[in-house]
Design a binder for this molecule. Structure first.
Ligand SMILES: Cc1ncc(COP(=O)(O)O)c(C=O)c1O
Length: 491
């Protein structure tokens, strides 16, 4: 179990990590000595030493013999992709065949995979999860032979309601319905508020899993211009409301997938008011909220919702235990309809697992767990961005998300990401080509790279190889019309 001291060192580490990542503390700058910081913060030397170790692990600071601690060299920077400009018409979606293939290959043992956004088991505290499941089995074994009816175990609904306080929401247990996953929650929300042929507004590019639900429900996707840092344009959405028969909005305001964008707070507030005024349901996916570094970016659009038009969906697949397969939804004014649909779609969940998750969510070390996860991931992402800058072709661009393990890379003119995908597959490397993330054909020059999987030398070599293959394509006569030596992103 984590103590207050455990959390304290992580708090100190995070208070320095933010300014270092933002560039406020510049590369090479000296940071306070252990003694100075301990005195300034009123903590023990051991706490500061532990905080500095965490920052060293995240490759944010480095110790220099007899000189103290300094801000480490940051990865080389590439420009970020431009905001997207999708077409103004709504479109049928057809991504599931390619998405299915990529997901199958991304999880094949003998492939080096950047294709999935799935964290590997080593990122989680497996022992802690095992203990919670075994405690729940001992205490609630009678539930194994009882039908789980209703909206989900009361203790888990209470724990989830409490969890939403972190996002500025004030739900109670009775507002929450437990599901099998965030995707099930989203699917139920869309079924509750749309019928086949209806238009759904979403980010562009967006997570293919959301597009697949839209495709399966025979809905039309209206992609809204999206900025790689600030997310969906609320102005463009307003225009869409004025000109198109939008029946629902589906959005990931914090660490969207694949962009990693985070919508600013004033825009979140405006969005909540806009959908309330128009009476349009907004389905908000908060799956990645606990992976974002700054606390204010965790605040949900739902926290500004005056009238129950926001349907809030989440799960703990990316932060606590993907294998428990439990999600939740706060369906707002569509609670009755959604609850009936849930009951007839998949009934309830295994109560043992619900109790285990409730236990995990209410343990004191949970915040420290999120922090440790964020810092491990941040170190990987920095390293991956550095490799991209060094080994991808000149003209490449990449996002710089404030958390999470997904990078969206724009390749230079002439490089087709489907050709790159195939060239990579021939060498048993899996990437996700950009066309999976849109109903349009706009993202042919983009790839999504997930670095939440295994991370070792083979993976690093794999990423360099993706860059080399992209350089080869950028140089191909058909693409560039010359055979000069390959130029790299940071030449
Ligand atoms: C934005 C987003 N929502 C939902 C999911 C799936 O969540 P779950 O595993 O809980 O269904 C993912 C998975 O990658 C995702 O990126």
């Amino acid at each position: 179990m984590n103590t207050a001291a455990d959390t304290l060192y992580l708090q100190i580490a995070e208070s320095l990590a933010g300014p270092i990542r933002a560039g406020t503390l510049a590369r090479g700058e000296r940071i306070p000595s252990v003694r100075e910081l301990a005195r300034a913060r009123g903590v023990s030397l051991a706490t500061v030493v532990q905080a500095y170790r965490t920052l060293e692990d995240a490759r944010l600071i480095e110790a220099r013999a007899r000189s103290g601690y300094f801000v480490a060299a940051r990865p080389r920077r590439l420009p970020e992709p431009e905001p997207s400009r999708p077409p103004v018409a709504s479109l049928d979606v057809d991504v599931s065949a390619l998405a299915g293939e990529v997901m199958r290959l991304a999880t094949t043992e003998d492939h080096i995979s950047f294709g999935a956004a799935c964290p590997t088991a080593d990122l989680f505290d497996e022992e802690r999860v095992r203990r919670a499941v075994s405690r729940a089995t001992q205490r609630h074994r009678s539930t194994l032979c009882q039908y789980p009816l209703g909206p989900g175990d009361e203790s888990l609904r209470r724990a989830v309601a409490r969890h939403t306080l972190r996002m500025g929401c004030g739900y109670e247990a009775r507002d929450i319905v437990i599901t099998n996953s965030c995707l099930e929650s989203i699917s139920l929300c869309l079924r509750a508020v749309t019928k086949p042929g209806d238009v759904v507004a979403l980010e562009s590019p967006t997570y293919f899993g959301l597009l697949e639900i839209v495709e399966n429900l025979h809905l039309k996707a209206l992609e809204i211009p999206t900025h790689p840092r600030t997310g969906m344009s609320v102005d463009a959405l307003q225009l869409a409301f004025d000109t198109q028969p939008v029946k629902a909005v589906l959005i990931v305001p914090t660490l969207s997938n694949p962009l990693g964008a985070c919508m600013p707070l004033p825009e979140r507030k405006r969005l909540a008011q806009m959908v309330a005024e128009r009476g349009i349901p907004l389905i908000e996916d908060v799956l990645y909220n606990d992976l974002v570094e700054q606390e204010d970016k965790r605040r949900a659009v739902a926290s500004f919702d005056p009238s129950g038009h926001v349907m809030l969906c989440g799960s703990f697949s990316k932060t606590i235990a993907p294998g428990l397969r439990l999600g939740w939804v706060a369906p707002g004014r569509w609670q009755d309809k959604l609850s009936r649909m849930k009951a007839t779609t998949s009934g309830g969940q295994a109560v043992i697992l619900e109790r285990a998750l409730a236990d995990l969510l209410t343990q004191p070390g949970i915040e420290a767990g999120y922090r440790a996860l964020r810092s491990t991931i941040a170190a990987r992402v920095d390293e991956a961005r550095d490799l991209i800058a060094r080994h991808f072709p000149k003209g490449s661009k990449v996002t710089d998300p404030p958390g999470g393990y997904i990078l969206w890379v724009e390749l230079p003119e002439g490089v087709d990401s489907m050709a790159l995908y195939r060239a990579c597959l021939a060498e048993r490397i899996c990437i996700a080509p950009g066309v999976m993330f849109s109903a349009t054909d706009r993202y042919r020059r983009f790839v999504r790279l997930g670095v939440g999987g295994r991370w070792d030398d083979a993976q690093r070599a794999g990423l360099k190889r993706v860059g080399a293959l992209a350089c080869g394509l950028a140089q191909a006569p058909a693409a560039q019309g010359s055979a000069e030596s390959p130029r790299l992103a940071t030449d």
